[in-house]
Design a protein around this ligand. Structure first.
Ligand SMILES: [Fe+2]
Length: 155
């Protein structure tokens, strides 16, 4: 058996994922923020998405219940007030890692921005007293993705 046959035999056991994201519709996520769900996994609770954030939009106060990773694709993101207030200002091409347990009071977008994001678990949105408002876990993400796919199929 040559290498090509051997590889084909092994790879027949797996299903890989390929998504042409330009062909996907943006789905409303929160005020001024839209999402394209790329992946949500039951096994680990990890999920991956693209976010498009309108100029002036922001993610509400939240706590990461799993680490997150992002790559800015366009625009400008101010995490924890941005670099002028001791936080981070991310520009296109910038990568960031957000540790499990990190609290982000508000993540703002001074201009329209798109970024790739993976979170290794849920994100807990909360009020100023840290009371839970909404838990964004893999099931919530998968639901958004499924509804978006259904809406697209019905078009
Ligand atoms: Fe965050």
């Amino acid at each position: 058996m040559d290498k090509t046959e051997r590889d084909a035999l092994q790879n027949a056991n797996f299903v890989d994922t390929y998504i042409h994201t330009d062909g996907m519709a943006w789905t409303p996520f929160s005020e001024g923020i839209e999402i394209k769900v790329l992946r949500a996994t039951q096994e680990t609770g990890t999920w991956t998405a693209l976010f498009r954030c309108a100029q002036g939009s922001a993610f509400a106060r939240h706590e990461h219940l799993g680490a997150g990773e992002y790559l800015m694709l366009s625009g400008k993101m101010e995490v924890r007030g941005g670099v002028e207030k001791g936080g981070i200002t991310a520009y296109p091409g910038d990568y960031g890692y957000e540790p499990n347990g990190m609290i982000h009071d508000s993540t703002c977008f001074p201009e329209q921005s798109v970024f790739y994001f993976t979170n290794f678990g849920p994100i807990r949105f909360m009020d100023d007293e840290n009371k839970t408002v909404f838990v964004l876990d893999w099931q919530a993400i998968a639901k958004i993705g499924a509804e978006s796919a259904k809406a697209r199929a019905a078009e």
